[in-house]
Write a protein that binds this ligand. Structure first.
Ligand code: GLU
Length: 321
């Protein structure tokens, strides 16, 4: 029996086109998805993979323009689509794909396969990776092996978990980290899985979320200029701090006066932040994001704030998701 897979498109480089000959200048989200994944290719993929494919366009943006309204719209449409299909493939720009993927991983209430993909190069490039990535994503979206692993992403036949996915290179085809599996001979194979709870096992439900809190990210550097920041519009702040999520004294002084939630993350993206290391977390009311980078800590904090402002409960969410 063929599986039903729906492709939801949001734009990105995969539907971008070059604006200046051989240079790398281009605009995202300029072509129709049919120009990238033609009806003939769609038919071929359906036949080889024994799946029915539908395509729906929901946004036409470069993912650097993905805002909270877009994110909610995307998640609500994916939730809806997951009710009528075995799998959903989301075509997304790669710049903010790690954020959207993690949001979906936290708020979707579905056991359907949800897979994001896109491309690093435009269709007019000799090394266009779009079609192979769509093909890989269709394989994963229809695979029994991908069940219960949370939201996934596919690039260059590598399968990534939404929880661990990060874009780590600006131009290379191998631009991502967080790989947990591989597409080999039209099959999805997994080596690892994230130990963090996701989708059906989180308290966040997209059906109940209609607005997201304003959570801002502040990058902390040497000779930090605290005067540049006005937090009056922020419901909470994520600090992309140094090393073991350390902050200079002037930043600590400014933050100690703020009555909003503050989360410490590390610029190194790779540490578990020590509680009360060089910073007294209780004194400054800091929550620690553990291994989550600032981009993802912002997503989890927005979800958390849809339920509670209690710092202890939110620390529990950071420990669990
Ligand atoms: N700015 C583009 C985007 O995120 C570039 C990245 C891409 O799609 O690969 O939409």
């Amino acid at each position: 029996m063929p599986k039903n897979i729906i492709i939801l498109t949001t734009g990105g480089t995969i539907t971008g086109h070059k604006t200046a000959g051989l240079s790398s200048t281009y605009e995202s989200a300029k072509l129709s998805f049919d120009e990238v994944f033609s009806p003939a290719l769609k038919k071929l993929a359906s036949k080889i993979l024994n799946i029915n494919i539908k395509i729906t366009n929901i946004l036409n943006i470069g993912s650097q323009d993905m805002n909270n309204q877009h994110l909610l719209k995307l998640a609500k449409q994916v939730q809806q689509a997951s009710k009528q299909n075995d799998g959903v493939v989301i075509i997304h720009g790669t710049d903010s794909i790690e954020e959207s993927a993690y949001f979906l991983n936290l708020v979707l209430k579905t056991s359907a396969n949800i897979v994001l993909t896109g491309s690093m190069h435009t269709k007019d490039s000799l090394v266009f990776d779009g079609v192979a990535n769509i093909y890989g994503a269709l394989i994963v979206a229809s695979s029994q092996n991908a069940k219960n692993l949370g939201v996934l992403a596919v690039f260059d036949n590598k399968i990534y978990s939404a929880r661990q996915l990060y874009k780590t290179h600006s131009r290379s085809l191998g631009a991502f980290s967080g790989q947990i599996g591989m597409v080999v001979d039209n099959k999805a194979i997994f080596y690892f899985q994230s130990s963090k709870d996701h989708t059906l096992n989180t308290p966040f439900d997209i059906a109940q979320i209609n607005k997201l809190a304003k959570v801002d990210v502040i990058y902390i550097c040497a000779d930090f200029n605290e005067k540049l920041y006005d937090f009056s519009q922020s419901d909470a702040v994520i600090l992309c701090a140094m090393g073991n999520a350390n902050l200079p004294k002037n930043a600590l002084k400014t933050l100690s006066k703020l009555k909003i939630l503050k989360v410490r993350t590390s610029r190194t993206n790779a540490v578990d932040i020590s509680k009360d290391g060089e910073i007294d977390d209780e004194k400054f009311d800091f929550i620690r994001a553990n291994d989550l980078a600032a981009s993802k800590a912002r997503i989890l904090l927005m979800c958390a704030l849809s339920q509670t402002k209690n710092a202890e409960i939110i620390q529990g969410f950071f420990d669990r998701f």
